[in-house]
Ligand binder design. Structure first.
Ligand SMILES: NC(=O)c1ccc[n+]([C@@H]2O[C@H](COP(=O)([O-])OP(=O)(O)OC[C@H]3O[C@@H](n4cnc5c(N)ncnc54)[C@H](OP(=O)(O)O)[C@@H]3O)[C@@H](O)[C@H]2O)c1
Length: 238
C-alpha cells in the first residue's frame, strides 16, 4: 500500500482467518472495521476490543443479506468513514456434507455462491457507489486454490465451493480492470487450521494472517493488480 496507516473493512471477523487478520492488522497499527454476523457472540473479537479500543470497531454484517450490507454502508457513510482496504474474507465451504459433482444440489450451489461470490460483489458495489473506497483502495478477496481451474486435475469434493471460488477469482479480475482507482487481488490463505480447514491443516492461522497483511503492506498496483496470490506471495495459476 502506498500509505502505511490504512483503514480496513473486513468480513467474517468472528473466528478463523478473519479473527487472526484483525489481530495482525491491529498489531501493525491499522484501523480495523471488523464485521461479523453477531457481535455480541464474537467473544474473541470482543476481547481484542478491550486491548485496541480505539483502532478496532466491531460492526454487524451478514454478508448474504443485502439489507444488512445496505444498513452498514449507510451507517458508515453517515459517519464519514472511508476505507483503503476491503477484505472479503467471510466464506463457507459448502452447505452439504460430502458434496460431489453427482450429488450437489441447486440449494447447495446457490447457498455457497451467495456467501462466497455474490456477497463480495455486492459489498464492493455498495461501498464503491457510496464513495466509501479511497483512491487506490485495495480489495482483497479471500479465495482458495480449490477455485483454480488450471490446478484442477482430479476429482474434487465441495463442488459448490470450488466453483464459487473460481467465480470469485473472475470477479477479482474484473474489478482490477473495470473499476477506476481500485485494485484487487485474490488470495489463497493456505490450508489453515480453522473450523473450516480442520485440525490437520499444515498452516497456523497466525502464519497465514501475517502473510496476508504483508501482502497488503507491500502491494504493488503496477505488477500485482488482478493477481491470484498465495498468502506467502507465491503467484498462483488461475
Ligand atoms: N481454512 C482454510 O484452510 C481455507 C483454505 C482456503 C480458503 N479459505 C477461505 O478463507 C476464508 C476464511 O475461512 P476460515 O477457514 O477462517 O473459515 P471459518 O473458520 O469457518 O470462519 C468463517 C468465517 O466466515 C463467517 N461467515 C460465514 N458465513 C457468513 C455470513 N453469511 N455472513 C457473515 N459472516 C459469515 C463466519 O462467521 P460466523 O462465526 O458467524 O459463522 C466466520 O467468521 C473463507 O473465505 C475460506 O473459503 C480457508
Amino acid at each position: 500500500m502506498a500509505t502505511a496507516q490504512y483503514t480496513v473493512l473486513l468480513t467474517g471477523a468472528s473466528r478463523g482467518i478473519g479473527l487472526h487478520l484483525t489481530k495482525h492488522l491491529l498489531l501493525g497499527g491499522k484501523t480495523v472495521y471488523a464485521t461479523c454476523r453477531d457481535p455480541s457472540n464474537a467473544k474473541s473479537l470482543q476481547q481484542l476490543k478491550e486491548e485496541y479500543s480505539e483502532k478496532l470497531i466491531i460492526e454487524a454484517l451478514t454478508v448474504n443479506d443485502e439489507e444488512s450490507i445496505k444498513t452498514l454502508v449507510e451507517k458508515l457513510r453517515n459517519n464519514n468513514r472511508t476505507f483503503n482496504v476491503l477484505i472479503n474474507n467471510a466464506g463457507i465451504y459448502s452447505t452439504m456434507q460430502k458434496e460431489t459433482l453427482l450429488n450437489s444440489t441447486k440449494s447447495s450451489m446457490l447457498g455457497t455462491f451467495e456467501v462466497n461470490c455474490v456477497a463480495p460483489m455486492l459489498i464492493t458495489q455498495h461501498l464503491y457507489n457510496a464513495k466509501l473506497l479511497e483512491k487506490n483502495a485495495l480489495i482483497v478477496n479471500i479465495s482458495s486454490i480449490m477455485g483454480s481451474i488450471q490446478g484442477t486435475t482430479q476429482a474434487k469434493r465441495g463442488v459448490s465451493y470450488c466453483c464459487s471460488k473460481a467465480a470469485l477469482n473472475m470477479f477479482t479480475k474484473m474489478v482490477s480492470i473495470e473499476l477506476p482507482n481500485v485494485c484487487s487481488i485474490s488470495v489463497h490463505p493456505g490450508w489453515v487450521i480453522t473450523d473450516m480447514g480442520g485440525e490437520n491443516a499444515p498452516v497456523q492461522p497466525d502464519e497465514s494472517a501475517s502473510g496476508i497483511v504483508k501482502l497488503i503492506d507491500t502491494f504493488d498496483p503496477k505488477t500485482q493488480n488482478g493477481a491470484f496470490l498465495q498468502y506467502d506471495g507465491t503467484v498462483l495459476d488461475w
